[in-house]
Write a protein that binds this ligand. Structure first.
Ligand code: DGP
Length: 126
């Protein structure tokens, strides 16, 4: 079955300029901006500009140029936020996917969280 992408999702609207955002970094293929509900001193979302619903969709269908740009932009954001292991105390990177991953916005986004201890990786809520 093919991946279904809903172009009315909130990040698609941000990419079209219909909703404002606080941009951290922008390239030809990628946009990084601050999360509207930050859960840590650093909370940046990194998204590809292409219509990919999840990381598995992106990894399967994106061009090499998109993939390289996305990964390099994540690196640049971590450096700019001072959370790399070269400059700081580290970070957590999360990409939720679908119902079980508790993904609210159906456009691939990686959360970069840092600036505080993140606690254990997963807690049970069921
Ligand atoms: P997730 O549950 O992984 O799909 O995370 C969605 C995140 O998106 C959540 O942390 C809040 C953030 N978010 C939702 N709407 C907006 C918005 O309009 N602007 C920004 N900057 N972030 C948003």
């Amino acid at each position: 079955m093919a991946y279904a992408y809903d172009d009315q999702n909130i990040f698609a609207k941000i990419l079209r300029g219909e909703i404002p955002n606080t941009t951290v970094l922008e390239t030809d293929h990628t946009l990084a901006f601050r999360d509207i509900e930050p859960q840590a001193p650093t909370h940046v979302l990194v998204i590809p500009k292409g219509p990919y619903v999840s990381f598995d969709h992106f990894a399967a269908d994106a061009t090499d140029a998109e993939v390289i740009d996305f990964v390099r932009t994540i690196s640049k954001v971590c450096k700019a936020e001072g959370v790399t292991l070269a400059d700081g105390d580290g970070f957590r990177m999360i990409a939720n996917a679908g119902k079980h991953g508790v993904q609210d916005v159906p456009h691939l986004h990686v959360h970069i969280l840092g600036g505080r201890h993140m606690g254990r990786m997963v807690s049970r809520t069921d």
